[in-house]
Design a protein around this ligand. Structure first.
Ligand code: 13P
Length: 249
């Protein structure tokens, strides 16, 4: 009932030539039955978008400005992202929160901006290692989710995706266990269900954090895990294609 989705977050990697090669290899590998999104750096979006023309693989961005237009030097609006063919936008990635000072309120405004322009936000939530060790994972994830619900409202989640990315699992090679992932995914779906059971039943919740082809099956087998948000492994076409194939099974 929920079609699995795999999104590749390339982060700040590669060159124009490498981006072109990677997307051509992904197209050759085929998308399979899962929905597949790739999120290159801003400057490569038009080029990658042109290469994806007519292909099932979709284009996403890694970030967006909360404002629609105006004097915001260095920023990129959701309208601009839609204009170059993006369908999805990652908001609230932990690296944006930790390295660029994005708080829950700003993330909520970015989420709303994405929806205003008909794009699908991929809202990232997740706790740090310290927060997990303090036993406040559920509180942190709930706070991050509620901040967006408070601004955008429950109806917005009919057109959104949530990604649970425990910060301690990102780029570390250390994944959450299947049980740890399922527990937080069920919490997220449960929070949404308290407000609207139908939206909760159709909401896709992705897992992110050191997903590889070798651990994807175990993670994606969880009832509340609907695919993945992939960092490092999305930079290798064959590895990413294998993860997409696992998700589509
Ligand atoms: P890794 O897959 O490299 O751990 O990154 C996960 C991530 O942050 C995707 O957004």
């Amino acid at each position: 009932m929920r079609r699995p989705l795999v999104a590749g977050n390339w982060k700040m990697h590669g060159s124009r030539a490498e981006a072109g090669r990677l997307v051509d290899e992904l197209i050759a590998a085929g998308a399979g039955t899962a929905e597949v999104v790739i999120c290159p750096p801003f400057v490569y979006l038009p080029d990658v978008g042109r290469r994806l023309h007519g292909n099932a693989i979709m284009l996403g961005a890694q970030d967006v400005c909360a404002e629609d237009i105006g004097a915001h030097t260095g920023e990129v609006s959701a309208a601009m992202l839609a204009d170059v063919g993006c369908r999805f936008v990652i908001v609230g990635h932990s690296e944006r929160r930790a390295l660029y000072g994005e708080d829950d309120a700003l993330v909520a405004r970015k989420f709303a901006a994405v929806l205003r322009h008909g794009l699908v936000p991929i809202l990232c939530v997740g706790e740090t290692l310290q927060e997990r060790e303090q036993g406040i994972t559920n509180g942190v994830v709930t706070r991050q989710l509620e901040a967006v619900l408070g601004v955008a409202g429950i109806a917005a989640f009919a057109a959104a995706i949530v990604a649970y990315e425990p910060v301690w699992a990102i780029g570390t090679g250390r994944t959450a266990t299947a049980g740890q992932a399922q527990e937080v995914h069920a919490l997220i779906r449960g929070r949404i269900a308290e407000k609207d059971a139908t939206i909760a039943a159709s909401l896709r919740v992705l897992y992110g954090g050191s997903v590889k082809a070798s651990n994807a099956a175990e993670l994606f087998a969880n009832p509340d895990v609907d695919g993945g948000l992939i960092g490092g492994a999305s930079l290798k076409a064959d590895e990413f294609a294998r993860i997409c194939a696992v998700a589509g099974k």
